[in-house]
Design a protein around this ligand. Structure first.
Ligand SMILES: [Mg+2]
Length: 220
């Protein structure tokens, strides 16, 4: 079902970052191509072999905070992951109309909170390369709590930073596991961002309301 939002019922908007506000191509390219290339060079491996090793390691950590943790990967791969990210930071881009959408939320007096599984260093690079940071009341990295959004406890931890009424809160995310834990916690309005990048397949939103472009959901 395509999204139909009653904005009068929504006071707080929780927003994911990667894939939701930002084109996921940057992250995809970094983890699937650029990092394996650096690993291949460092260890005298072929690109193919390095990709196989890294993709296997990444899969083993899926759904955990390590998956997003630059310190973990720097240690596990013996590579300066944050520095390498900076080398391709020019690829970081917001989706079309994201800034209009965020500006409109501010104009309507909504409380806007970023809740990302991204590591603080990843967040910092993305705030540096885009204008999105100006529009948030709080920027929360799941690493601050030591829990990913896949863990239901994070939704009550967020209350300690920014109290919110789950009945009047909207979460927009491209991560179905995050949407499900939020739903179990009682967050009433849930929306799946399916168009994570023009270069990647759309997400299958399964049971969730969804949208492709911000034009579809921007409050009038
Ligand atoms: Mg995401």
């Amino acid at each position: 079902m395509t999204a139909k939002l009653d904005w009068s019922q929504i006071d707080t908007v929780l927003l994911d970052m990667d894939g939701t506000l930002l084109d996921l191509h940057f992250d995809w390219h970094f983890w699937m191509e650029y990092l394996p290339q650096a690993y291949a060079e460092r260890n005298g491996l072929s690109q193919e072999e390095a990709e196989r090793i890294i993709h296997e390691k990444i899969q083993q950590q899926q759904g955990t905070l390590n998956w997003y943790c630059l310190d973990y990967w720097s240690e596990a791969l013996q590579l300066p992951v944050s520095e390498l990210k900076r080398e391709v930071k020019h690829l970081i881009q917001t989706h079309p109309d994201v800034i209009n959408f965020l500006a409109k939320l501010k104009q309507l007096g909504k409380t806007v909170v970023m809740v990302t599984n991204a590591h603080r260093d990843s967040l910092a690079i993305k705030l540096e390369m885009t204008e999105i940071g100006d529009y948030f009341d709080h920027l929360i990295s799941a690493h601050d709590f030591g829990l990913p959004k896949e863990d239901i406890r994070i939704w009550s931890e967020i209350q300690t930073v920014q109290p919110y009424d789950p009945k009047h809160t909207l979460l927009i995310d491209d991560n179905l596991h995050a949407l499900r834990t939020a739903q179990q916690y009682g967050i009433q309005h849930l929306l799946c961002a399916v168009h994570v990048s023009p270069k990647l397949d759309k997400i299958d939103p399964q049971e969730f309301d969804h949208f492709e472009t911000y034009n579809e959901i921007i409050p009038l």
